[in-house]
Design a protein around this ligand. Structure first.
Ligand SMILES: NC(=O)c1ccc[n+]([C@@H]2O[C@H](COP(=O)([O-])OP(=O)(O)OC[C@H]3O[C@@H](n4cnc5c(N)ncnc54)[C@H](O)[C@@H]3O)[C@@H](O)[C@H]2O)c1
Length: 387
């Protein structure tokens, strides 16, 4: 949907219906005059960031989108290759800790919104080497906040600017089987260097709202899955190992519980939060899909048997292998997204089975994408974690 710039006539992009669905009647007129945003997406070549860039370019084609990504092992230009040629999209390879670069981009592109995804994001890697997590997740977030604050003040502190910090449910620690799900008021209790560094960055973002009045938003989301997911994470790891006929390593007794959210539902939640979230607030985002890891792996095996022809080992569940548990492995995460539902009208649309099917189909259709990621570095990392 966009304003054509001359009259109040409105064109509706079918994908932008999402926007209207969440509006009360009173809110509709202002939305119909939505001015294009100019958004910086940090980490936009990673898993969720690249899905978000696809979502945003599709839904708001008149918006300017600038991606800032350092292209670490987890970042991949291929994740955005089908958007090459989109005039409103610019890709910049660079580090969020590079203050000069961030200052320049904000001014040069007259940006009004930051969607901050860039992070070191894998718990296992944070156990092997926590330093990079502190640098990117804490120092990098601080660098962005400071740069945005000074720019925002210089621009006259506009109400419409937004700084969205994309965070995780892991900051809340671990739940016992009978505990209620995490809400926005659950005390922080991070257990891994990854979650501790994300918790540190969440606190900084919160402080910038309370101290400087900067229009920040925080989302804490459960485990995502979907296209463009780097092979080290549970779901793509299992899909790829099944395709290669390799063992499926399941940590400990496999009874750890995660709440799974299809990545496109996460992107629609972030869209709603950017447009309608209350500055200074945090919003929990979850899929209402609590599943034990071992049950998830069995379900993936069944779906792979059904969807993938000529698997090297069938049934795929013959590949399941229990391995030594991850140190400090959180037992259960569960997210209560009632605030997002009641205040902003968002609910996830994709059931776990539907999302898993879509994800498997995507990996089956893109073998060159995932094969290119099985580098020596990846193999060495894999050996270290699962040997
Ligand atoms: N994956 C999940 O299940 C999940 C769930 C909840 C929240 N999150 C959060 O969402 C965000 C994105 O997660 P993801 O799974 O897409 O991560 P990812 O590891 O797939 O991608 C991270 C991206 O950030 C980039 N990056 C890393 N360090 C950088 C730096 N210093 N400067 C610029 N770019 C840098 C990488 O190159 C990569 O493209 C993270 O902040 C993560 O904490 C993830």
């Amino acid at each position: 949907m966009f304003w054509n710039g001359k009259t109040t006539e409105v064109s509706i992009n079918p994908d932008a219906k999402l926007f209207l669905m969440h509006m009360s009647d009173a809110q509709q007129p202002s939305i119909q005059l939505r001015q294009p945003r100019r958004i910086l997406v940090t980490g936009g070549a990673g898993f969720i960031g690249s899905n978000f860039v696809h979502h945003w370019c599709r839904t708001y084609p008149r918006d300017r989108v600038v991606v800032l990504d350092a292209l670490t092992y987890a970042g991949n230009r291929q994740n955005l290759s089908d958007l090459e040629g989109v005039a409103n999209l610019r890709f910049v390879q660079g580090d969020i800790c590079d203050r000069e670069l961030v200052d320049r981009l904000l001014r040069e592109e007259a940006l009004d919104t930051i969607a901050h995804f860039a992070a070191e994001s894998h718990v296992d890697r944070s156990i092997l080497g926590p330093g990079a997590f502190i640098q990117t997740n804490v120092v990098g977030t601080f660098t962005l906040l400071e740069s945005f604050r000074q720019y925002w003040v210089a621009e006259g502190s506009p109400d419409s600017y937004r700084f969205l910090h994309v965070s995780t449910d892991e900051v809340f620690g671990s739940l016992a089987a009978e505990d209620p799900a995490f809400t926005e008021t659950t005390p922080y209790a991070p257990n891994s260097p990854y979650s501790a560094s994300k918790a540190g960055s969440d606190h900084l973002v919160r402080a910038y709202f309370h101290t400087y009045g900067m229009p920040t938003l925080i989302t804490n989301c459960s485990n995502n899955y979907g296209p463009y997911h780097y092979p080290e994470k549970l779901i793509p790891l299992m899909i790829i190992n099944i395709l290669l006929g390799k063992p499926l390593p399941v940590y400990g007794d496999g009874q750890n519980i995660r709440d799974w959210l299809f990545v496109e539902d996460h992107c629609s939640a972030l869209d709603v939060v950017i447009h309608r979230g209350q500055p200074g607030e945090t919003y929990n985002v979850g899929g209402n899909n609590e599943v034990k890891n071992i049950d998830l792996v069995y379900r993936l095996c069944q779906l792979m048997d059904e969807l993938a022809p000529d698997l090297p080992v069938q049934p795929a569940e013959n590949l399941i292998t229990f391995v030594k548990d991850r140190p400090g492995h959180d037992r259960r995460y569960a997210i209560d997204s009632t605030r997002l539902k009641n205040e902003l009208g968002w609910v996830p649309k994709t059931s776990l089975d539907e999302g898993l099917r879509k994800t498997i189909e995507w990996y089956l259709a893109h073998p060159s994408w995932w094969r290119s990621l099985l580098s020596q570095e990846y193999q060495a990392y894999y050996e270290k974690v699962y040997a």
